[in-house]
Design a protein around this ligand. Structure first.
Ligand code: G6P
Length: 772
């Protein structure tokens, strides 16, 4: 309510009995005397809006207007809601006050006694002045209250001072676009030091918020999830993202304990956690996956959407566009840093208590492990693990999956801690390359009796474990090994698909309906699909392409391809239980297959392997059906897709791109060409039209498809940290000759590939850094 008071100015110099005080850009009445005091309720503390119809913003301006006004009526318009004022002659004020931590020269009223002298003063306001004197400290205020006989206080609404939100108050920070923030195959990856540069992380995070808001994501109602693989800068980045999320309007945030959460666990948590009104609308995942970590190595960030899957191309493109035209970001600098070491909620309120944000530190493992338990028969797996002739080791390579492995193998499946190798997450992965392949998982590979080419080595009298598996930094990749035996990821996918019915998740839903593989992954799974009648899809590299197929019915109202299994040659396997590849899922799938086959051998009933080619009846009733038995049984039934990938890491980008351009240009000319013992049936640059949403992805890899079904593929890595990485994929199918050594079987085709690409001319070498 506003009231206009009329006081008289009797001569050019007479005072009208009203003095003023400034509070920021507001004006309040400081004191009232003489005739003016007779006007009922014109008291100190009322806010002054206008004098003689002019808006006032400072005490000086108010005085000037009155001084310059002609003799006669002066009209002072005030509002009563903003400030309260009381004249007293007693001592008991009924206040509790404290210094306001975000602004050290302000006194905040934290409690008001309803029976005290100022019952109408709301808490959360500032005690601005007493008898016209600005109060800057609690001591000064107490002294004044005690000393003055009559007290007129002016209080200020926090929002009038711009302090109302306190820790929730957003600040706008000016920035400029930073070059090179285009996400690759799986998010933005750069050197950690680059990410630590001023505004680098902030620009990307703000661009992501801008993109998801424009897409209609309701970030105010849902929950934002944040977690990472624990690499260097993980925790600092999380605190920054929390502060930016709050400034952008997010009210509920979940963070994995210690800042840790594997990529599949993030996907599971988005999909599974909380009542519908709390469910996560998306997640920031801080990882550069299998790239090395540490201050001099790589850092990364990616965004996953409400279905738990990686942001689709359309969104990452918008994020990138936003990074090229960003000039400001929002952050709450006064939001407290959250202690990530203990699970539980921290509620942070605005100073006026009107707004609240909850940051909850949640278990990193709980949602994912609960989901895995609902997919697999843990009792059956425990039966296998408890056999005297079975042993296993799981190498988390110091990545994020250590705590998950301990939870599953030790807590749930009752195995000794020794099953878990390198299971303490480290921010530099112990100086190693947390990539589960024959080269980088060296310790495990040797333990399992293999060399870096996957050939058996002499382990002497040492007993080699029956089963070995490894994970990458963020826990979405897997490598499967048997005793002195390597399972290629393409074969692993095909074997799991052929055994899907032994896993309750698939069996209970009427069996598999769809399978998919990335284009460079071998066609082994296609043969299973053809045999067992599932739909099969060949997609570009990148897990995001599988998501639409999994959601074909639920989101796109098309044909239902779920339950669904998919995989990539890059050591990724998974299903529609989440929208990411899932390293532990693949390991449990293999243990389920082994448990199934071994329970059959034990009960002497007919084994699936005997239906294939491996004849379990030749085994003594107690001998273990091994990983090698299962894979060889698979080859005997379906034939073998000999396969290898050569990586040329950290080569010069320009040369690598030139080589790809040359092969692209020569595709038509190469089609029909004979080279060595091969004839090229088709050479092209793979492009993919998504059968679900119709989007087209071009330039996804140069293919040489031979008439006999063999394939040579070249593509540039989309995840390389610096320079370029050329990947060369070689595949040759043999129906009968399944017992050759892979490198020997593929020797001829490798030579053809080196010749067709003229790789040495372009990148200066034809020696790979990694062979898988
Ligand atoms: O582009 P590349 O380096 O070959 O990496 C390809 C891989 O990148 C990430 O790990 C993605 O999550 C995978 O889905 C993809 O297969």
């Amino acid at each position: 309510m506003t009231i206009t008071w009329v006081v008289k100015k009797k001569s050019p110099t007479t005072k009208v009995g009203v003095t003023f005080i400034s509070i920021n850009k507001l004006v309040a009445i400081k004191s009232v005397s003489g005739r003016a005091a007779k006007l009922t309720d014109l008291v100190p503390g009322l806010r002054v809006f206008e004098i003689n119809g002019k808006t006032v913003q400072s005490a000086k301006q108010a005085c000037d207007i009155i001084r310059k006004a002609p003799i006669g009526d002066i009209r002072i318009t005030t509002g009563g809601q903003h400030h309260s004022a009381v004249k007293i002659s007693e001592e008991r004020t009924g206040f509790t006050i404290r210094q306001y931590e975000n602004k050290q020269d302000c006194v905040l009223i934290t409690h008001v006694d309803p029976f005290g002298l100022f019952p109408d003063v709301p808490t959360g306001y500032f005690l601005w002045s007493i008898n016209g004197k600005r109060m800057k400290s609690v001591n000064q205020t107490i002294t004044s209250l005690k000393r003055e006989k009559s007290v007129a206080i002016v209080i200020a609404r926090p929002q009038d001072l711009g302090y109302d939100l306190g820790p929730l108050k957003p600040t706008t920070v000016k920035t400029r676009p930073i070059e090179g923030q285009k996400p690759g195959t799986s998010g933005l990856r750069k050197k950690t030091k680059r990410f630590m540069e001023s505004n680098y992380l902030e620009n990307f995070v703000q661009s992501t918020f801008n993109a998801i808001k424009a897409r209609g994501t309701n970030i105010v109602e849902g929950t934002l999830l944040i977690g990472g693989d624990g690499r260097y800068f993980n925790k600092e980045a999380i605190q920054t993202i929390i502060k930016m999320a709050v400034a952008n309007g997010v009210k509920r945030i979940w963070v994995g304990q210690d800042g840790l959460m594997s990529t599949p666990a993030i996907s599971a948590t988005i999909r599974e956690r909380g009542p519908i009104w709390q469910q996560a609308f998306g997640a920031f995942i801080l990882t550069a996956s299998h790239n090395p970590g540490g201050p001099d190595e790589d850092f990364g960030i990616k965004y996953n959407c409400e279905n738990g899957g990686p942001a689709p191309d359309i969104l990452t493109n918008t994020i990138y566009e936003n990074t090229t035209k960003i000039y400001k970001y929002f952050i709450c600098p006064e939001f407290p840093s959250i202690d990530l070491s203990e699970c539980g909620p921290t509620n942070v309120k605005s100073t006026d208590g009107m707004k609240q944000v909850c940051v909850e530190v949640i278990s990193s493992t709980e949602n994912h492990v609960t989901l895995l338990k609902s997919i697999f028969d843990f009792d059956a797996i425990r039966g296998l693990l408890d056999r005297n002739d079975f042993s296993m080791v799981y190498d988390a390579m110091h990545g994020v999956n250590g705590p998950y492995a301990k939870k599953v193998f030790v807590d749930e499946l009752g195995q000794p801690e020794s099953v878990c190798m390198n299971c303490v997450p480290k921010d530099d992965f112990n100086g190693a390359h947390a990539d589960p392949n024959l080269t980088y998982a060296k310790e495990l590979v040797e333990l399992m009796g293999l060399d870096r080419k996957g050939a058996k080595i002499d382990t002497g009298a040492k007993v080699v474990q029956s089963f070995g598996a490894a994970a990458d930094g963020d826990g979405d990749r897997n490598m499967i090994l048997g005793t002195r035996f390597f399972v290629s990821p393409s074969d692993s996918l095909a074997v799991i698909a052929s055994y899907a019915h032994v896993i309750p998740f698939f069996r209970s839903q009427g069996g598999l309906k769809g399978v998919a593989r990335s284009m460079p992954t071998s066609g082994a799974v296609d043969l299973v699909a053809k045999d067992l009648g599932f739909d099969v899809f060949e997609t570009p590299t990148g897990w995001k392409y599988f998501g639409n197929l999994m959601d074909s019915k639920a989101i796109f109202q098309g044909k239902d391809y779920t339950p669904f299994i998919c995989g990539e040659e890059s050591f990724g396997t998974g299903s529609d239980h989440v929208r990411e590849k899932d390293g532990l899922w693949a390991v449990l799938a293999w243990l389920s297959i082994l448990a199934y086959e071994n329970s059959k051998v034990e009960s002497s009933s007919k084994s699936l392997l005997s239906i294939l080619a491996f004849d379990s009846s030749n085994k003594s009733s107690n001998s273990l059906v091994t990983v090698e038995d299962i894979v060889k049984g698979h080859w005997a039934k379906y034939g073998r897709n000999y396969y290898c990938r050569w990586d040329f890491e950290g080569v010069e980008k320009a040369g690598a791109e030139k080589m790809m351009d040359k092969m692209r240009e020569s595709a038509t000319a190469n089609t029909g060409k004979e080279i060595g013992q091969y004839r090229i049936a088709k050479a092209d640059d793979f492009s993919y039209k998504d059968p679900v949403d119709g989007t087209v992805a071009k330039k996804q890899g140069i293919r040489f498809l031979m008439e006999d079904g063999s394939r040579i593929i070249f593509r540039l890595s989309g995840t390389a940290g610096s320079g370029a990485t050329v990947r060369m994929y070689i595949e040759q199918y043999e129906k009968e000759k399944i017992d050759m050594i892979a490198s020997e079987a593929l020797d001829g085709l490798v030579k053809v590939a080196l010749e067709l690409s003229a790789i040495k001319t372009y990148i200066g070498t034809d020696e790979p850094t990694v062979i898988t």
